[in-house]
Design a protein around this ligand. Structure first.
Ligand SMILES: Cc1cc2nc3c(=O)[nH]c(=O)nc-3n(C[C@H](O)[C@H](O)[C@H](O)COP(=O)(O)OP(=O)(O)OC[C@H]3O[C@@H](n4cnc5c(N)ncnc54)[C@H](O)[C@@H]3O)c2cc1C
Length: 478
């Protein structure tokens, strides 16, 4: 076995997966066909839940200072995030995310190989053999598991025989930074689609069009300023002049969802599993959610303590999340196009979002794609991600986020004296944090998975032991 886990694709999802596996003590190899990172890539919108995920891992600090952006749209109808302290976005360059994750994954023990393309694989009962091509020639790697984080046209998915369902409108976007532009700032919906023109300082402009149900040129044709000018004319009806592109990219697609996320020892995550219109700002957030859900389960399987069904829970949980993100993205497209048919609907929705509850529901629906997790207990916190709250622990001031920093399960004992039983059999997998009761958590004790989900709350030893066995396997006896 060369590596316990082989990851095809070194985009943000593959790299975060490798980082999480590394901090769980499982080295992975990441095979990425691109030699270089994209130059000046688009920004990704980091939603508040993802900020929690990165904070727990110490990754947010590594990205440097990122101003909060208290704005979010739903189908280009603007929501008011200033009313919601817990919901906000960060705007982070995707290239910056990839570079940071690559460095951190390598530091955590991953072997990141750029310029290495996965060309095929086969699996058997004991592992996966992967064929790789690089400048020095072809070679093979053997691993226990293969994860396809290889994007929308995933070869790993295709060779696993996993089909995709495609539905709804197609989109065609073009985006880039340009040396000059003879127009004004704007960002919104026009008759032909979405148009954005943002001054970037020093005379540069970031320009973008998104159109729907229009055939994009083939990928073999490089995007140009002329193509963007034609698109601006179609979207706005106006003739605009743009200068030379400093960088430019075209993107096109249709909403797609893989029919399953696992085939034996092969898994898929990120855009390999689901693909939505970028305007909806779900792709990165949902993909990174896949990575953190899968990493600790794979690590448990590699280390030999994964209880039955743990690996299957990845599909059970994340396929629902992918489906809901598809729905949310499609609903957003339905609010945008064709404008002459949806204008009245947009006005109604714009009026409705002035109601705080509607604003809140749409914002949290966008920033936090919830999915059901098998969980025990009647308390409201069960089956949700544990919020970041400060705690007064036996070892001093800390918080729930800090407790999850180790990437292990955590029992929070806030009961001051409940008999939770002997937990020593799980101490190699689960930490116990004793703290004073915390109003926000509203439970005597909680069991939280390494990915932050509360899977049990209560005060009975039997219930806790059962939940620990469900998620962390049998207790060890030594
Ligand atoms: C213009 C634009 C704006 C966006 N804005 C947002 C946003 O605001 N918020 C948001 O959440 N999402 C956004 N997205 C979506 C987000 O960029 C993607 O969801 C994200 O990149 C998916 O990450 P990934 O790692 O799954 O896939 P990718 O980033 O596509 O990475 C896949 C990697 O696999 C590699 N690869 C492919 N095949 C092979 C192979 N055979 N062998 C080895 N390597 C291979 C590729 O080179 C690539 O690096 C946007 C997308 C675009 C295009």
């Amino acid at each position: 076995m060369n590596y316990p886990v082989i990851i095809a694709g070194g985009g943000p999802v593959g790299l975060l997966l490798a980082f999480d596996l590394g901090r769980a003590g499982v080295p992975a190899v990441v095979l990425e066909e691109r030699v270089e990172h994209h130059a000046n890539e688009h920004v990704g919108t980091f939603h508040s839940r993802l900020v929690d995920v990165f904070t727990e891992r110490g990754l947010l600090d590594k990205l440097g200072e990122q101003p909060k952006w208290p704005a979010l749209h739903f189908g280009m109808v603007w929501l008011d995030l200033t009313k919601l302290e817990s919901e906000y976005n960060l705007l982070v360059s995707q290239t910056a995310i990839e570079r940071m994750l690559q460095a951190q994954a390598a530091e955590a023990g991953a072997d990141v190989r750029r310029g290495h393309t996965v060309t095929g694989y086969s699996q058997d009962d004991s592992g996966v053999t992967v064929q790789v091509r690089c400048a020095d020639g072809d070679y093979e790697l053997r691993g226990a598991y293969l994860v396809g984080c290889d994007g929308r046209d995933s070869l790993v998915r295709e060779l696993a025989g996993i089909g995709v369902s495609r539905r709804g409108k197609s989109w065609y976007g073009i985006l880039g930074d340009f040396a000059s532009y003879d127009g004004e700032f704007e960002a919104g919906v026009r008759a032909g689609g979405v148009f954005g023109a943002l001054p970037e300082g020093t005379g540069r402009w970031r320009l973008q069009t998104v159109e729907f149900d229009i055939q994009a040129p083939p990928e073999s044709v490089p995007p140009t300023s002329e193509e963007l000018m034609r698109n601006i004319k179609r979207v706005t009806g106006e003739d605009k002049k743009v200068g030379e592109p400093l960088w430019i990219r075209r993107y096109a697609g249709t909403t797609q969802l893989a029919e399953r996320y696992r085939e034996g020892r092969v898994f898929i995550a990120g855009e390999a599993a689901h693909h939505y219109v970028p305007t909806a700002s779900h792709g990165l957030n949902t993909g990174l959610g896949d990575a953190v859900n899968l990493a600790w389960k794979l690590a448990a399987a590699v280390k030999g303590w994964a209880p039955e069904g743990l690996l299957d829970s990845y599909h059970a949980e994340r396929h629902v999340a992918g489906f809901r993100a598809c729905q949310a993205a499609q609903a957003q497209m339905a609010l945008i196009h064709p404008l002459e048919k949806v204008e009245a609907l947009r006005e109604v929705v714009a009026d409705l979002v002035k109601i705080d509850e509607v604003n809140y529901r749409l914002a949290t629906w966008s920033t936090d794609i919830e999915y059901p997790v098998r969980a025990e207990g009647d308390l409201p916190i069960v089956g949700h991600r544990v919020p970041h709250v400060p705690l007064k622990t036996d070892c001093g001031d800390s918080g729930t986020g800090e407790a999850l920093a180790g990437g292990r399960g955590v029992v929070f004992d806030l009961s001051r004296g409940a008999q939770l039983g002997d937990l020593s059999g799980w101490q190699d997998r689960v930490d116990v944090v004793r703290a004073q009761p915390a109003e926000e958590l509203d439970a005597p004790a909680l069991l939280v998975r390494p990915d932050g989900w509360v899977v049990w709350a209560g005060d009975d030893a039997q219930g806790l032991a059962a939940a620990l066995t469900t998620w962390f396997g049998d207790p060890s006896t030594n």
